[in-house]
Design a protein. Structure first.
Length: 566
């Protein structure tokens, strides 16, 4: 082709490596076109499209190929590289990282921070090092001829991507130039988690164990894209590894680089696997929203408002690698979507969601994944965050009170959910906006108040030496067990409310003020009406969640009451 304005990368069902190709190709095209050219990466369903606002000419390609070296080889004490190849010393970076973390925190400002690429270097060395350096060596040898780059650009300039034609063109060029470079290269497991060594034949007509291979220039693009669109990290307390690869919807490449840099800088500390997914989703969304806070940012001009997940970035492809001692096995491939309840409008600007994400991260970070109960809570949160599944959120809120009150009973710190967070999550989920009326009903709020006063508030009073009211430790579990059947749930709830009001009356006869509010018959009538309309499970789930959450106004009143003399 004489000029290029659009490129296309076909997607597979897994999508991991095609996303890497899209980011790698963007690096190559942006370098050739220059920073004055804007690249837009967009997801078109079955393929990624990279669009330029100015034509990329054959002259620019011919002139730019000699200086096109987007990634460097990784050298170690045992590697041998050709003269002239740009490289980075693994040992030198490792020593820099060790020096930084061995230095007391108060003195680290004087030492350069470890490069963001350090986790990638550790992932490459040693398992992927020969294949990775081999791709760079091949590029260094063959970039002397512009036709090399035209083969690559032509491959992705049309749909469908014709790898067979690119392979034949490469064979002819290699023969003409006398290069002993095969058109195919081994697919590195780091960049192709679904293509590890093993039985990979599409037709089961024999058994042969070996590596899969692909067009070498595509594999080279994946290596480039790994630096641009991936986060890879060893999991806390193990040698297992998890990799996330971004799945863009619509982003300019320049804004993507800025957001990704901020995100990677926030993810320097290792996490356990499930917590890693949740923290990554929260922090990437936070980095993206930070850009939307700036009215003059190009991303703000691109995104006029709406659902961030469906307009800008959908989430991350994920791969979990298990360390087997002398080998690494891909154990799981999945997709971690960004929160779908974040819809930016004039009434709900990014600042609103930033505060909610901060609170949500604090909730997530208090769980220890090595404990089965807390692991289950994290999995419920992950299912909700990734799938916008309100049922998963209610599974979390139904199980959370036992964790929260158990921690407090043992004098251990536990962070509660706030009613504001619950309201925002419930009311922002597209399929449940009709539930807003439940939360606004006086009867619902008053009964949730009674549950809160009998559980978390009563426990707080007990810790302060005030045994005025009994603590109903198993109330949440009891209501959860009865929630499926309306009659049983109403019976259990009525029994609790009867005892609650009776306790209030007894305290009012024997103890001085202040007193709890009692539940009125109108509150019970309203909650029964809501059960008839929405079902007992929905009402039970919301009452348990809201009834064990933190209400800032009530906390202030309780603190004032505790500090006052009776």
């Amino acid at each position: 082709m004489e000029t290029y304005t659009d490129f296309f990368v076909q997607k597979s069902p897994q999508g991991f490596d095609e996303s890497l190709i899209a980011f790698g190709l963007s690096v190559v095209v942006q370098t050739l076109a220059g920073r004055n050219t804007t690249l837009l990466i967009s997801d078109q369903g079955s393929y990624y499209q990279i669009s330029l606002d100015q034509e990329l000419t054959a002259e620019a390609i011919t002139n730019g190929i000699q200086n096109l070296f987007p990634i460097r080889a990784l050298s170690t004490a045992k590697t041998k590289l050709s003269d002239g190849i740009p490289e980075v010393s693994y040992e030198a970076v490792r020593d820099q990282v060790s020096q930084y973390y061995d230095t007391p925190i108060e003195q680290r400002r004087e030492i350069p921070r470890p490069p963001l690429e350090w986790d990638i270097y550790r992932a490459i060395n040693p398992a992927s090092l020969p294949g990775y350096n081999g791709l760079i060596e091949t590029w260094y040898e063959t970039k002397t001829v512009p036709e090399t780059l035209f083969i690559l650009l032509d491959l992705y300039a049309v749909l469908p991507n014709n790898y067979d034609l690119a392979t034949e063109r490469w064979k002819a060029l290699a023969s003409q130039e006398g290069w002993r470079v095969k058109p195919e290269a081994t697919r590195q497991q780091l960049f192709n988690p679904d293509s590890g060594k093993g039985q990979n034949k599409p037709k089961s007509d024999g058994l042969s164990i070996g590596n899969e291979s692909g067009f070498w220039m595509s594999e080279w693009l994946k290596a480039i894209g790994f630096y641009e669109g991936a986060l890879t990290k060893l999991m806390r307390g193990s040698k297992d590894r998890k990799t996330l690869v971004l799945a863009p919807r619509k982003l300019t490449f320049e804004r993507h680089q800025a957001i990704m840099s901020e995100f990677l800088d926030s993810m320097r500390v290792s996490e356990s696997p499930t917590r890693f997914d949740l923290v990554a989703s929260i922090r990437y969304m936070r980095a993206l929203l930070n850009r939307l806070m700036e009215p003059d940012d190009p991303l703000t001009r691109l995104f006029s408002g709406g659902n961030v997940k469906y307009e800008l970035v959908s989430g991350f492809y994920t791969a979990f690698y298990k360390d087997m001692g002398n080998a690494i096995a891909t154990m799981n491939l999945s997709f971690m979507a960004l929160p779908g309840w974040i819809t930016v409008t004039d009434e709900q600007p990014p600042a609103v969601y930033l505060s909610l994400l901060e609170e949500l991260e604090q909730i997530v970070r208090q769980f220890d994944e090595s404990r089965s109960e807390e692991y289950t809570l994290l999995m419920h949160l992950r299912d909700f965050m990734s799938g916008d599944d309100l049922h998963a959120f209610f599974r979390f809120t139904n199980a959370f009170p036992a964790f929260y009150m158990g921690k407090r009973e043992r004098n251990q710190f536990a962070r509660p959910l706030s009613t504001e967070l619950i309201e925002r999550l419930v009311m922002s989920t597209e399929s449940t906006k009709r539930l807003a009326r439940i939360l606004e009903t006086d009867g619902f709020r008053n009964i949730a108040y009674a549950i809160r006063q009998s559980t978390v508030t009563a426990q707080y009073r007990k810790k302060q030496g005030d045994n005025k009211y009994d603590v109903r430790y198993g109330l949440g579990q009891e209501l959860t067990r009865k929630a499926r059947y309306p009659q049983d749930f109403i019976t259990a709830l009525s029994d609790f409310l009867h005892k609650y009001n009776a306790e209030n009356a007894r305290v009012m006869e024997t103890r001085p003020k202040p007193y709890r509010r009692s539940v009125q018959t109108t509150d019970i009538e309203q909650i029964v009406g809501l059960i008839d309309e929405y079902g007992s499970e929905t009402i039970a789930n919301l009452l348990i969640a809201y009834g064990h959450a933190r209400v800032p106004r009530e906390e202030a009143e309780l603190e004032e009451e505790t500090n006052s003399k009776e």
